[in-house]
Design a protein around this ligand. Structure first.
Ligand SMILES: [Zn+2]
Length: 301
């Protein structure tokens, strides 16, 4: 199927792919994981969509036939991949996708928001599920401002948790509180003054020590990446004596994407940092690389 892209969004993956790590399987490669648009043409056998339908792209690729896919564990599919890394992505005038990669755009949702909740929202949603965050628990989101972190703040609230956040930037702490965090701590190496049942960390080595120390006994630290550095130290006695868990998570399943879209349609906030014209791609990438953003950097096509 061919989708005319109306808006798309940037992710850290775009910066990494541009830098050659991960190295694309084929070149040239159109980057871009997130996007929303209208169905321009249908492929053979497409039954669920009509030309002109307004859709959001799910960037996950999976075979749809193997035991993992059939059990809604598509993240473990042997053919699993991400649009914009393993396949041509959304940062173009149009993108070719399978029909399983589309969900209906919530009708009231502006294009810019429809285009940017996908990858980070899905990642954050699965992280909280994998960490078994439950109502009334305390969630600490480390590094407020990034796409996954802002999604984790609002999803944590929606799941009934008491949400706290950290950032090195006092302005970002203020924004996190505006998003609904009960409090946010400006970190400069000091431990945070709370203990959390679940810590969400996507920054990696710069925040690892803070994240581990913020865990309660029985707490779960869930990570989806290391935007600031990937090698960390783990103190094993602290881990096992406190019966804590370190959980890895990446992307999400097709059902989780459907669930997330339903939450967004129901008013889950989507935070847009700024909107750039597709022709200003370089400026948009530079904004993301600067780390100054709060929420998603969006491209209007
Ligand atoms: Zn599969």
């Amino acid at each position: 199927m061919k989708v005319a892209v109306v808006a798309s969004a940037l992710n850290h993956l775009d910066l990494w792919v541009r830098g050659g790590l991960p190295r694309p399987r084929t070149l040239p490669l159109v980057p871009g994981c997130d996007g929303a648009g209208t169905v321009e043409s249908l492929g053979e056998g497409v039954t669920r969509w009509a030309i002109g339908d307004e859709v959001v792209v799910n960037p996950s690729f999976a075979c749809g036939r193997c035991p993992q896919c059939l059990a809604d564990r598509s993240v473990f599919c042997p053919e699993w991949g991400i649009m914009g890394e393993h396949y041509w992505g959304t940062h173009g005038e149009a993108v070719i996708v399978r029909e399983a990669n589309l969900v209906r755009k919530p009708s009231e949702l502006p294009w810019e928001k429809a285009a940017c909740y996908g990858l980070c929202g899905l990642t954050a949603y699965r992280m909280l599920r994998r960490a078994r965050l439950s109502q009334g628990e305390t969630l600490l989101v480390v590094g407020a401002g990034g796409g996954v972190a802002t999604a984790a703040v609002v999803l944590g609230q929606r799941l009934g948790a008491r949400v706290f956040a950290t950032s090195r930037d006092p302005g970002k702490c203020k924004r996190a509180i505006e998003l609904g965090a009960l409090d946010a701590f400006t970190t400069g190496g000091d431990p945070v003054p709370i203990k959390a049942d679940v810590v969400v960390d996507s920054a990696g080595s710069p925040t690892w020590s803070l994240s581990v120390r913020a865990l309660r006994p029985g707490g779960r630290l869930v990570t989806c990446g290391g935007t600031g550095g990937v090698a960390v130290e783990l103190n094993l006695p602290r881990l096992f004596l406190s019966q804590q868990e370190v959980i890895g998570s990446t992307m999400g399943t097709f059902r989780e994407f459907d669930d997330l879209t339903a939450l967004v349609a129901d008013g889950l906030p989507v935070t847009v940092d700024g909107v750039y014209e597709l022709n200003d791609y370089r400026a948009a990438l530079e904004r993301l690389a600067s780390g100054a953003q709060f929420g998603k950097v969006v491209l209007r096509h």
